[in-house]
Design a protein. Structure first.
Length: 192
């Protein structure tokens, strides 16, 4: 329950991008679902949707997260929209560049260090999509961007109550870093 205000912000961001996607050109859109095999291999299930919005453009909206993967003390939820420009004039095939953002909330323990916070990022992406069949594609993608974070960072055996001021949780670590905004080997199934 510590993250409710931040999850509400992520949910608002999701609704904004969803409405933007629905308001784009309605005609004979191509729609596809996707799954990133790298995330699944890390026990971080994800699901995404690609919506073709023009002859050279598409919007991808995905979400992924985990709860205690491999028995580790870790919780993560990420919402990630991306706008893509396709060079060959046929979206969902061959090379693209894009602008991606993400909003994340996390609480994880690494060794004796606990990191509990939120992050947002904006960056550039690129990739290539191989056609495997009439409706099945394979995408290789990556990107880098600027990540801003605000978190409580402490040792596992610290007194957690020291991080509260009144009813609010006090962040003791924040900043900006260059960070991968996307890394994927994704399977894409074109619905229509």
């Amino acid at each position: 329950m510590k993250h409710l205000p931040h999850i509400a912000g992520v949910a608002r961001l999701f609704l904004i991008f969803l409405l933007m996607g629905l308001c784009l050109r309605a005609g004979a859109q191509q729609i596809a679902v996707r799954a990133n095999a790298l995330n699944w291999a890390l026990c971080t299930p994800d699901i995404g949707v690609d919506i073709v919005t023009g002859e050279h453009t598409s919007v991808e909206i995905s979400a992924f997260g985990h709860y205690r993967p491999y028995g580790m003390d870790s919780r993560l939820f990420v919402f990630q929209p991306e706008f893509r420009y396709w060079f060959n004039g046929r979206p969902l095939v061959r090379e693209f560049v894009g602008v991606a953002a993400f909003a994340a909330t996390y609480d994880m323990t690494v060794s004796n260090h606990v990191y509990d916070g939120d992050a947002v990022a904006l960056g550039i992406t690129g990739g290539y999509v191989f056609t495997l069949g009439r409706r099945l594609n394979l995408e290789l993608s990556g990107g880098i961007g600027l990540l801003g974070f605000r978190q409580k960072q402490y040792y596992r055996h610290d007194n957690y109550d020291d991080y509260f001021v009144g009813e609010a949780v006090k962040a003791n670590s924040w900043g900006y870093k260059l960070f991968p905004v996307k890394l994927g080997v994704s399977f894409i199934y074109i619905i229509k």
